[in-house]
Design a protein around this ligand. Structure first.
Ligand code: PAF
Length: 281
């Protein structure tokens, strides 16, 4: 496995593969990797000849009260994990390498679906993601790019971006990786106290119960309020409980496939999860 820290170095490493028309798979990350990320790399490994993983903590997707400086940077450990799952090239650029010294005058803003769900609490966050992902796509020029369904809104934003701007890339959403007790893997789980960690799996259990209620004919409104109540009783401070279509449009009735979304705090740690619920016709 090679590690490249410059755009030029990465291009030199990838050019032979490009010339040989090899299929390039790309997994963008901010590092601090866990099994969820590794499953993205495994999915890329299955489908592609060459697998590139970027590790870049992107300053412009952090809000003023979000801790960019303290975001864990664990490149050495991440590199060991990536080598084990068959990554070919790690791209780990500096902020200067990605953004240069001149001011950036271009923004990329996917409208509507970013002013919703997590976007409401994090103004500008998805613009920062859209900019860095576009830059990384231009640098890596992959055939396939892999994103986790855990960050469902981010995945939908990237799909929209790729479609709207005719980027020649297929975006693949990889199912959420869960701990044995159902908790969706996230780097934030490490911040949970022992007691909070024991409570956390009830977030997924509540979504699963909601799916059953919907399939038994319960109305969406009642199911959403049940989720909120159960989470509150379990000790969560609920931020939102919402339902959307798979492309994040609002919906009032369970008459097509839907996605249930929750975001809630346990102590200081904000957790999110989602569940896709099929509508059987
Ligand atoms: O999901 C992430 O880790 C980041 O938002 C991404 C896609 C790597 C962009 O910085």
């Amino acid at each position: 496995m090679k590690t490249e820290t410059t755009i030029q170095g990465l291009s030199a490493s990838l050019n032979p593969a490009r010339a040989a028309r090899k299929i390039i798979g790309f997994v963008p990350t901010m590092g601090n990797l866990h099994e969820g990320h590794l499953n993205l790399v495994r999915a890329a490994r299955k489908l592609c000849d060459v697998v590139v993983v970027s590790i870049f903590v992107n300053p412009i997707q952090f809000g003023p009260n979000e801790d960019f400086d303290n975001y864990p940077r664990t490149l050495e450990h991440d590199s060991h994990l990536l080598a084990e799952v068959g990554c070919d090239i790690v791209f780990a650029p500096s902020v200067e390498q990605m953004y240069g010294k001149q001011p950036r005058l271009t923004n990329i803003s996917v409208s509507e679906i970013t002013n919703d769900l997590c976007g409401l609490q994090r103004p500008g966050h998805f613009d920062g993601v859209a900019v860095v992902v576009t830059k990384l796509f231009n640098i890596v020029q992959p055939n396939f790019a892999f994103f986790g369904q855990k960050d469902y809104q981010q995945l939908a934003v990237i799909k929209q971006l790729v479609r709207d701007l005719n980027m020649p890339i297929e975006v693949i959403g990889v199912p959420i990786t869960r701990a044995e007790d159902g908790l969706a893997l996230s780097s934030r789980n490490g911040y949970l106290s022992e007691q909070e960690r024991a409570t956390a799996p009830s977030m997924y259990a509540t979504l699963q119960a909601a799916e059953k209620q919907l399939q038994n004919g319960q109305s969406l409104d009642v199911v959403l309020s049940n989720i909120r109540q159960q989470l509150t009783e379990a000790g969560f401070d609920v931020d939102y409980v919402e339902v959307r279509t798979p492309m994040l449009q609002k919906i009032g009735q369970f008459d097509q496939d839907i996605v249930l979304f929750v975001a809630a705090k346990l102590g200081k740690t904000r957790l999110i999860d989602n569940l896709q619920v099929k509508h059987s016709t």
